[in-house]
Design a protein around this ligand. Structure first.
Ligand SMILES: NC(=O)CC[C@H](N)C(=O)O
Length: 356
């Protein structure tokens, strides 16, 4: 028998789930959210949009394919979505102590310990997910036996984008056309998807006034937390709307473009985090299966007259993207860059590049 310390997940409503620790042995607090994808834990753990969150995975086994090596290719990580793990902790039904995959160079447990991130298994994640679905995402903490208690922590009360954005202007790739990428906590596959299409990407911090840079198109990345906190980016996007050159946004980018257009956002009860979210393209019968990770949504009813919904979620009817009726501005709430998840909507990068 493997020696593991007991650990519990305590929700802010007092519900307790008992389990065992397999990661770093420390107590942590954050917002508890669930993801129903079957694979992709290396990508999810390093996705900056999970900053401050305790990630519950409903697929019953975690760790069975280990972790790929940390390697860089063309200035971005080859297999990860950022430089380090962003989740506060990860919760699983079962942890596989044996892993096997041709790319794996260590176990998930080793990686979590290395990055000081707790992991807990032996939790009935389906019961936990049902609870979160009924009562909504809530704050929670993982208390590892022997480690001291911690207070609850609400990540949505602070500007997480400022925490995860790059500090300096960086250039990726080369090409005739220049895309300014506002880094709100960008997933590296967005950079890969852009540079692969032969454009020069100038990646700027979230609050950088990029209007001084001559650019052909503006890209607004994904990012963690509450879009209401990201006021400075919205101010700069308003200037870009007035400039009129093509704009595209993903996830937080959809929310910030909507805000710059004059629309509002709100918090969903438990968010969309999975690989199988169906979205319909407005005005068509075309439906796409998409990868998603968001807790907030754009309120369609607040979109001004010259804007319209571009995609609609087929499960709950919420907004999944917007576009300007006459100008080259559009965005998606889901992840066309996938990583992880289906790549069916990667063509949206082509639509953007063709506008430049
Ligand atoms: N992946 C993202 O960009 C998420 C956007 C925002 N933090 C949300 O949860 O809705």
């Amino acid at each position: 028998m493997r020696q593991t310390r007991k650990a519990v997940l305590v929700l802010e409503d007092g519900t307790v789930f008992e389990g065992k620790s397999f990661g770093y042995e420390e107590s942590v607090a954050g917002e508890v959210v669930f993801n129903t994808a079957m694979t992709g834990y290396p990508e999810s753990l390093t996705d900056p949009s999970y900053e401050g969150q305790i990630l519950v995975t409903t697929y019953p086994i975690l760790g069975n394919y280990g972790v790929p090596p940390r390697r860089e290719k063309n200035d971005v990580s080859e297999y990860y979505e950022s430089e380090h793990i962003h989740c506060k902790a990860i919760v699983a039904q079962d942890y596989s102590w044996d892993h096997s995959h041709w790319q794996a160079d260590r176990s998930l447990a080793d990686w979590l310990k290395e990055e000081k991130i707790p992991g807990i298994y032996g939790v009935d994640t389906r019961a936990l997910t049902k609870h979160l679905r009924e009562h909504g995402s809530m704050l929670g903490k993982i208390l590892v036996d022997g480690a001291s208690d911690v207070p609850y922590y609400d990540p949505n009360a602070e500007n997480l984008v400022a925490k995860v954005s790059c500090r300096n202007v960086e250039v990726h790739g080369e090409g005739q056309k220049t895309v300014v990428l506002v880094d709100c906590g960008v997933k590296h596959n967005i950079i890969r998807c852009l540079t692969r299409r032969g454009v020069k990407v100038i990646r700027v911090p979230w609050d950088y006034d990029f209007t001084s840079i001559p650019y052909d198109g503006l890209f607004i990345s994904n990012g963690p937390g509450n879009p209401d906190m990201v006021v400075k980016t919205v101010e700069n996007i308003k200037k870009a709307i007035a400039i009129g050159r093509p704009i595209c946004g993903i996830c937080m980018g959809n929310q910030l473009l909507s805000k710059a257009a004059g629309a509002g956002t709100y918090k969903l009860r438990y968010g969309h985090r999975s690989h199988n979210q169906p979205v319909r393209r407005a005005g068509t019968d075309k439906c796409y299966i998409t990868s998603q990770n968001h807790g907030f949504a754009v309120d369609d009813t607040t979109l001004p007259q010259d804007w319209e919904p571009l995609f609609i979620n087929m499960n709950d009817g919420t907004n999944e993207g917007i576009r300007h009726k006459t100008k080259p501005f559009f965005s998606a709430q889901f992840h066309p860059e996938a990583s992880s998840g289906p790549k069916d909507t990667e063509f949206l990068f082509d639509e953007f590049i063709n506008m430049l």
